[in-house]
Design a protein around this ligand. Structure first.
Ligand SMILES: [Zn+2]
Length: 75
């Protein structure tokens, strides 16, 4: 269980510009920021970066092409 202390003096939210964001200072020596208005969290941004990096490794399996159309309609 992390031991964090919260302060209302974080940097402006990169998503909606609200300030100050909520700053959590952990006893372990790192910080997280959370926006009280839109819910942005600095740790979720880091997770999103990790997911995007993992997704790049999984790309390469192209979707099957659409089946060809039937005979063109005749008047
Ligand atoms: Zn925000």
């Amino acid at each position: 269980m992390y031991d964090a202390e919260g302060f209302d003096d974080g940097p402006p939210c990169p998503e909606c510009g609200f300030e100050p964001s909520r700053r959590y200072a952990y006893a372990e020596g790192f910080e997280e920021h959370e926006c009280p208005r839109c819910g942005w969290r600095s740790d979720e941004q880091a997770l999103a970066d990790l997911r995007r990096a993992a997704g790049d490794l999984l790309e390469g399996d192209g979707a099957p092409s659409a089946p060809p159309l039937g005979r063109p309609l005749r008047a």
